[in-house]
Ligand binder design. Structure first.
Ligand SMILES: *Cc1c(COP(=O)(O)O)cnc(C)c1O
Ligand code: SF4
Length: 450
């Protein structure tokens, strides 16, 4: 690094300190007359969410060329995941270059960019269902569990790991049911109560933004009443995609704040985990929303999904980390993209994660430096990306162990086929060669394991 970059002499370099506060949505033709007072209402955001090509066209009108319109129409039809985009996000897309825009890539599928799935892909690649003692509760790690409270979200992300359950059924996929239901929740709470080694619960889904205030209270009160539960987190992408709810939906925020206060008095931690993927998702509204939560003493951490063409450059990753740290969101994890149907174009290699990790570490406070993890297919859980026992960037196979989770097992992750040589790409089409490559990698991992 040169002195110039260390001293960052120009104003541009501090851009993250003044998130945009312009009326950016007015560049969308359908919303050019929408005042701030409407745009800031979460109900307006919900009502105007983009869920089909017709609504998209009504909003953007002639902003994009016909070729782009044809491309997303075909993309909608092929997508394994339901499409839902908040007006906030749609308006943050750079419509002068939507093809390369990082927000467009995450939410609006283009048929021309889809790549065939990796041959080793399965629908629930993380085995969240086979590690579930009761429907909608994944208990994989000794002292923490993942409670899938509901199956809807304020937006649907193309890359969603839970596309096996989340969102409406699509042409391509019929979903497993994890609807919000008191009976199902009762079975989950019973299991948690009867499992004293659990201390930590992730409340996810779906998205906690979609829980009603009284459901937040119901879940929160119940978990606080279980003596061995010491920590829980509500997982919501909300801050990144619809920050106005924090500003505007006082019932919801009060419900979380009341539970967090009550938890604090019991010396239990209640926090929020959110999901920013790019600095362009941070605006003055995110800053205002975070201000509210910070003043209420609610800790917010961030989990990012590493995506090709979205945030897989060290500049993009650093800019995002700085932008969210500045508004008091703590970068926690960067996930190497799971093997998810219809998202091969978004995946990156383990090598790229290790490279990014190297660039980020040291650039800012250690506690604002995310950990890069691979969620090992087959239920090994999160592993430090660089902690593989063996990795061959030629075949794209990495092998991990997880002694605290499933001792003695070996877990394999596969880089996207796009990044491999033409010969190896051909081998991946051959079931016999696939097995040979995998066996060979696992054998080498067994020899190398420390
Ligand atoms: C990610 C995850 C957790 C929480 O893990 P942390 O590393 O504490 O964030 C718990 N259970 C499951 C199944 C998970 O996938
Ligand atoms: S908000 Fe979370 S659960 Fe919902 S679609 Fe996006 S990644 Fe999946």
């Amino acid at each position: 690094m040169t002195l110039t970059t260390l001293n960052t002499p120009n104003k541009e370099a501090f851009a993250w300190r003044s998130p945009r506060r312009d009326e950016f949505w007015r560049t969308i033709p359908g919303w050019k007359d929408v005042p701030y007072e409407d745009f800031i209402q979460f109900k307006w955001q919900e009502k105007n969410a983009i869920t089909n090509p017709k609504k998209l066209l009504q909003a953007i009108q002639d902003l994009a060329p016909q070729s782009f319109v044809d491309d997303f129409k075909a993309g909608f039809a092929k997508a394994p995941m339901a499409v839902r985009i908040s007006p906030y996000l749609l308006a943050l897309i750079n419509w002068e270059d939507p093809i390369n825009d990082p927000i467009r890539r995450q939410f609006l599928p283009l048929a021309s960019q889809l790549e065939p799935d990796h041959p080793m892909l399965t629908l629930d690649s993380l085995h969240e269902q086979s590690d579930a003692p009761v429907p909608g509760l994944t208990h994989r790690y000794p002292d923490k569990a993942l409670f899938l409270a509901l199956d809807t979200c304020p937006v649907y992300c193309r890359f969603c790991t839970r596309s096996y359950a989340v969102g409406l059924d699509t042409e391509e996929v019929e979903k497993v049911s994890i609807k919000a239901s008191t009976d199902r929740w009762a079975a989950v709470f019973k299991y948690i109560e009867e499992t004293p080694r659990l201390e930590d619960i992730v409340i996810s889904g779906g998205d906690a933004y979609r829980l009603k205030a009284k459901q937040i209270t119901e879940i929160g009160e119940k978990l606080l009443s279980i003596p061995h539960i010491r920590r829980f987190r509500f997982a919501t992408k909300g801050l990144a995609i619809q920050p106005m709810k924090i500003i505007d939906d006082t019932d919801w925020v009060d419900a979380i704040a009341t539970i967090a206060d009550k938890g604090r008095r019991l010396r239990k931690e209640v926090c929020i985990h959110t999901h920013f993927n790019h600095a362009n998702e941070v605006t003055g509204m995110s800053e205002d929303a975070m201000g509210i939560l910070f003043e209420k003493g609610i800790k917010v951490r961030n989990q990012t999904v590493l995506q090709h063409g979205v945030n897989d450059s060290h500049e993009a990753m650093l800019e995002m980390s700085r932008a969210i740290s500045y508004i008091n969101v703590q970068p926690y994890y960067v996930y190497v993209h799971d093997l998810v149907q219809g998202t091969e174009d978004l995946r990156t290699s383990v090598a790229s994660a290790v490279r990014l990790e190297k660039h980020l570490r040291g650039a800012t406070a250690g506690f604002n430096t995310p950990m890069f993890v691979v969620d090992a297919p087959g239920g090994g859980g999160k592993r430090d990306a660089h902690s593989y026992e063996y990795y061959d960037p030629e075949t794209g196979i990495s092998v991990y162990t997880a002694p605290a989770v499933k001792r003695g097992q070996y877990f394999t992750y596969f880089d996207p086929v796009r990044e491999l040589s033409p010969e190896i790409q051909k081998d991946w089409q051959d079931p016999k060669k696939q097995q040979e490559m995998i066996n060979d990698a696992v054998e080498k991992a067994k020899k190398a394991t420390i």
